[in-house]
Design a protein around this ligand. Structure first.
Ligand SMILES: NC(=O)c1ccc[n+]([C@@H]2O[C@H](COP(=O)([O-])OP(=O)(O)OC[C@H]3O[C@@H](n4cnc5c(N)ncnc54)[C@H](OP(=O)(O)O)[C@@H]3O)[C@@H](O)[C@H]2O)c1
Length: 307
């Protein structure tokens, strides 16, 4: 971990100055930092909640290239921020403390300013668990197949692993899945993790299938799972939230329960919002369900605008 980073605002990076130029002085400043960050629903979700609750704050998309990252990290002129691809692991170097399972998962998406420095959280995993619970999709004591071995799969593995009977990782690049399973084991992750290359074998007797690959992100993407592997009794959670994917459509056609990833996105955002605005939310007595509804409605409206 790097030496403590002063959480005090001092000067600012050029990146943040321009995107907050329309914001009144004194407003608290938040954002999502990523690259290329082509399109993010986070500003719509957070600004809708800020506006509904009447908080004096603003949330912006901050495109920070890998060349600009060091400069940005040296002097973060924000009250709190999210990070996305490619900074979820790199951002740990900024953190003075790691909350929840960040120390084992080694990836964060939410940074909270504390008096002694930045505190790193990962709300992706808890956001997924919350949405699985909301849809009565059980993972505790169940056999879970996790497709993918990137950042989203990592968050899911560390969140689901301790409760599941076992997790089977399946990924296009076998080495990456083997590496993730090894990291999980070395981090002392509870539960059994298997790695399979063959999706059909891995799904035999499985209870829950989670798609954490990027397949489905582009309109017209095929399903990453052959139709013959889908059946009633298998629950599917597809992290893609942009549309009903071919995988979700195929699963529903077999009578299987299938859910897209918008709820996870909304929950991870709401959990971050609750960390940043904890005291303010207490004052206005905001019901967590109402916060998720406001953020979810805003995310759906923003998605509809782009599709
Ligand atoms: N709902 C939510 O809140 C939420 C949160 C995070 C992410 N997501 C979604 O989850 C997806 C993955 O995100 P990430 O951050 O994990 O990305 P990432 O780190 O880039 O990982 C991408 C994963 O997708 C696999 N993949 C990509 N193209 C593929 C293809 N054509 N065939 C088979 N596998 C393919 C990769 O396999 P290889 O290892 O073989 O390259 C890897 O496992 C994205 O679509 C993102 O939108 C949703």
């Amino acid at each position: 971990m790097s030496p403590p980073h002063s959480p005090q605002k001092s000067g600012n990076s050029g990146t943040t100055t321009s995107v907050f130029s329309d914001v009144a002085p004194g407003a608290r400043r938040f954002g999502v930092v990523g690259w290329p960050l082509d399109y993010s629903l986070s500003p719509a979700m957070h600004n809708a909640a800020i506006s509904f609750l009447g908080f004096n704050a603003a949330y912006r998309a901050l495109r920070v290239s890998p060349d600009e990252w060091e400069g940005f990290a040296k002097n973060v002129d924000l009250d709190g921020f999210n990070v996305t691809i490619p900074y979820k692991e790199k951002v740990l170097a900024l953190a003075q403390s790691l909350a929840g399972n960040v120390a084992v998962c080694r990836a964060a998406n939410t940074l909270v300013r504390r008096s002694d420095g930045w505190e790193a959280h990962n709300t992706d995993g808890p956001g997924l668990l919350e949405d699985l619970r909301d849809h009565a999709m059980a993972w505790e004591g169940k056999s879970v197949v996790l497709l993918g071995a990137g950042g989203a799969a990592r968050a899911a593995l560390f969140a689901l692993g301790p409760g599941a009977r076992f997790i089977t990782l399946v990924n296009r690049s076998l080495d990456r899945a083997l590496g993730l399973a090894k990291e999980y084991e070395e981090a002392g992750g509870k539960g059994e993790v298997r790695v399979f290359q063959d999706i059909e074998t891995s799904l035999r007797g499985a209870d829950l299938l989670i798609n954490a690959t990027a397949v489905g992100l582009k309109a017209g993407d095929p399903s990453p799972v052959p139709e013959r592997c889908l059946r009633q009794g298998l629950s599917l959670y597809d992290m893609i939230y942009h549309r009903e994917t071919a995988l979700v459509a195929a699963a529903r056609a077999t009578g299987a329960r299938a859910v897209g990833g918008l709820g996870m996105l909304v929950n991870q955002g709401a959990l971050g919002f609750e960390l940043w605005f904890k005291d303010d939310l207490k004052k206005v007595k905001c019901d967590p369900r109402l916060l998720r509804k406001i953020m979810g409605d805003a995310a759906r409206a923003a998605l509809n605008k782009t599709s």
